[in-house]
Every structure is written in C-alpha cells, then in structure tokens.
Design a protein around this ligand. Structure first.
Ligand code: GCU
Length: 325
C-alpha cells in the first residue's frame, strides 16, 4: 500500500515536545483505528501516563485515533519505516509477515475472554512477539477485541446454508477468507473504514466484528441483524518500531516493555466493563441480536484449525493455548 503525503506528513519523524518541567520529551506516536471511547484507547492513555511518569517525562505518548494515520496495514508500514513509533493492529495483519501468528486467530480457539486473558498474560507468547524484530517491529503485548460475530442486512444468518453466496467483509489475510469459507460464505478482505459504505451500497451483504466496534461505527444502521456466532476472538497487537526501540536506553526499553504488558490487564477490565453497553446502544438503535448454536460452525471450521497448526512452532503455541483452557 502506498503511503499518502498526508499520512507521511502527520507521521513525520520523532518530534521533540516539551513537558511541563521543560525537559525535552520524545513524542511516541501511536496509530489507532478505533475511537477515543474504545477500551484500547483508554488503556493506551494510561500506559502513556505511566511511561511518562516512569521515565521522568522523557517520553510523551500521543494516540492518533480513527485511522488518522491510515488503516492498520498502512500504520504497520509506518512503524516499520520508523515514521511513527507504535500502532495497534489486528493479528491477521502481522500474520501476513509470519504465519505462526495465525494460531492466535484460529476460529473458536479460545473458550472465552478469561481463557484469552490467560493466554495473553501468561508469557507463552513472549518469544513469538520478539521474533518479528527482523521485520522492523516488535509486538509488545496483545489486547482483547472480544468475540466476533456475523451481522447482515435483511435477516439474521445463523447457519452455513444461510451464508451461501453472501459476501461478508473480513480482515485482510488469507486465513480470514478461509474462515468465511468454512462458515459457508464468501470473505471479502477490506479495511475497517470502508465497511459501512460497502454494506450500504450493496457491495457487501454484511460483516463480522465485536459488539463495541459494531456500535461505535454505527454499522447497525446498515446491517441490523447480529447473529452471535462468536467465531473468532481476534488478538489486537501493540507493535513498536525497531528504529524507535534502538533509540532508547536499555533501561527505558525495559520500562516500556513492562508497562505495555501491564496495560493488557487494564484493557481486558475496560473491555469487560464496556461490552454490555455497546450491545444496548445497538439495540436502542434498532439492532436485533440472535443467539446461535455454534456447534456446526465449530465442526465446519475444524479443518481450518488443522491447516493452521502445521509447523513445529505453530504446534507448540497451539498446545500451550489449549493447556490454558
Ligand atoms: C476489531 C479490532 C480491530 C480491527 C477491526 C476490523 O475492532 O479490534 O483491530 O481493525 O476489528 O475488523 O478491522
């Protein structure tokens, strides 16, 4: 993807800003594709405050929400180039660099939010997260984005037969296209910002996402039937530029890494607090939520699970995830 002039300008190199005690602080720009109301935004804000405190104001985190620095694919490139310092990107985007990450996004691999929290805070992913160094970025930690379900216009779709021939937007990776196929439909990869209009114009029949994004982006206006398939608990990854990391002292790097890890617990808590109200907002605005027996989807997606757990690295991580159930 080409980076537009506007994005590069906004993202321009690390800038020095002045903190209250007049010490030059290094600005840490974080690209974020959701709104300021999102639990991840709030967790990142707290992370920024802690980082500033712990480094005597040497670093100042600025979060750019709402795809201001481009979609997730573009912002990951900005991190790689060192044009910005950090970004939150969904796991499938990183999986495009290393297929081992696909294991984190297998349909139905996490039993529930608690299981996912254990996986993200247990340390079992540390080596994998550090291994992306060779691509110019490291993964600092993972955040929850709840469970993704299918939503459509016209009527709720609760089984594979109903999904036949339906075009559903998915995150941008091959695994996500295969996931939609195993559920019976056709996955159309697209970035988040285009989804509303694509459904409205009939390019898509629907999409799949969590309740918070569904409500925040008002997607209930164009796809009011939300079928609780809960087929995927996508990990959102907080990534940091190697250029930036190597500009820090090893002490500051350690502080940044520790605080980023700690922000995951905060984010899970904020997520759990917000999830119910998001659903209520969607309902107040006309959305219908339909419960789904997920057994058939779990069965039809089993071959995809087998396909994504092939290499020794994938097998080790998969087993560790299952052990934490
Ligand atoms: C979720 C996830 C985001 C992702 C979005 C999407 O909201 O948290 O990281 O970008 O889905 O579907 O694009």
């Amino acid at each position: 993807m080409k980076l537009s002039k506007k994005m590069l300008l906004l993202a321009s190199t690390i800038s020095a800003v002045f903190s209250t005690n007049s010490v030059a602080a290094t600005e840490v720009k974080v690209a974020f594709n959701q709104s300021e109301k999102h639990p991840q935004y709030q967790a990142l804000q707290l992370f920024g405050e802690e980082l500033s405190k712990a480094t005597d104001g040497r670093y100042k985190v600025t979060i750019f929400p709402n795809e201001l620095l481009g979609d997730q694919r573009a912002s990951l490139e900005l991190v790689q180039n060192g044009a910005i310092q950090m970004a939150v990107v969904a796991n499938p985007l990183v999986e495009n660099y290393d297929k081992t990450f696909a294991v984190l996004g297998i349909p139905y691999v996490y039993a529930n939010t608690d299981h996912q929290e254990k996986v993200f805070t247990s340390g079992i992913l540390d080596d994998l997260f550090a291994s992306t160094k060779k691509f110019g970025f490291e993964v600092l930690t993972a955040y929850t984005a709840g469970a993704r379900s299918l939503y459509t216009k016209g009527a709720a779709i609760t089984d594979q037969a109903g999904l036949k021939g339906k075009k559903i937007r998915v995150l941008q990776s091959d695994t996500m296209i295969k996931m939609l196929a195993c559920m019976g439909g056709t996955g159309v990869p697209m970035n988040q910002g285009e989804v509303y209009t694509a459904i409205q114009q009939g390019v898509l029949d629907g999409a799949e996402n969590n309740e918070i994004t569904y409500a925040d982006l008002k997607q209930y206006e164009v796809a009011p039937f939300f079928a609780r398939t809960q087929h995927l608990r996508v990990a959102d990854l907080l990534v940091v530029s190697e250029f930036f990391l190597s500009s820090m002292s090893s002490e500051d790097q350690a502080v940044l890494k520790k605080l980023a890890k700690e922000s995951t617990k905060v984010e899970f808590k904020l997520w759990n607090e917000k999830i119910k109200s998001a659903e209520a907002i969607a309902k107040e605005n006309g959305a219908t939520f339909v419960e789904v027996d997920t057994t058939a989807y779990q069965q039809s997606c089993k071959p995809l699970q087998d396909e994504l757990v092939q290499t020794p690295e994938q097998k080790v991580i998969f087993e560790k995830i299952v052990e934490l159930k």
